[in-house]
Design a binder for this molecule. Sequence first.
Ligand SMILES: NC(=O)c1ccc[n+]([C@@H]2O[C@H](COP(=O)([O-])OP(=O)(O)OC[C@H]3O[C@@H](n4cnc5c(N)ncnc54)[C@H](OP(=O)(O)O)[C@@H]3O)[C@@H](O)[C@H]2O)c1
Length: 189
Amino acid sequence: MQVKIDRKNCIVTGANSGIGYAAAEGLASCGATVYLICRNKERGEAALSKIQSATGNTNVHLEVLDLSSQSEIKSFVSRFASKDIPVHVLVNNAGLLETKRVTTSEGFEMNFAVNVLGTYTMTELMLPLLEKAAPDAKVITVSSGGMYTVPLTTDLQYSDEKFDGVVQYARNKRVQKFSSKGGTYRKVG
Ligand SMILES: NC(=O)c1ccc[n+]([C@@H]2O[C@H](COP(=O)([O-])OP(=O)(O)OC[C@H]3O[C@@H](n4cnc5c(N)ncnc54)[C@H](OP(=O)(O)O)[C@@H]3O)[C@@H](O)[C@H]2O)c1
């Protein structure tokens, strides 16, 4: 049975490939207005045009944004908030596994910056717009079964021991699970 969700506004991060692309296309095929958050303009535009032609839904929009940057997230949310529309669904899907210890220009370890800080900041700053859609709003964070391989740690930026990107990814996914607060959070993956 095809569910129609016209007039619902959905944001999907990391929407140009993989699970994010499939989620965005699925939401668009149900009639939702979908905002694709992608860090690369060309890959984002390719996904946008593919989703529009596959679904016939022209209410699909691209927002270019690097989730490793706190300042980009803040300016995106402030621009987006000026539309004054409710956000019914936020899909925190973008994820990264960087094997080397790289830091962002803001000084955060890269995996942590995208998977934890980026996800958390997007969600926190979107809360007023999600509240406009209450009681329907949902935040879906795409975690990973990989989290079960590690316990929670307080060394969030992996600075106390020799860096291992796979372990850091698993730690980040573990933190995603525990950083949900209230509301309807659903773990996937
Ligand atoms: N595939 C699996 O088996 C699996 C299993 C468990 C959980 N997951 C989780 O599922 C989610 C999606 O993964 P996937 O398998 O679909 O992988 P994917 O195809 O590599 O998708 C990851 C998406 O995140 C985007 N992204 C990465 N860093 C970003 C940043 N700084 N700013 C904005 N976007 C960024 C990527 O953009 P670019 O294309 O520009 O890199 C890409 O669109 C991730 O959270 C992953 O941890 C996947």
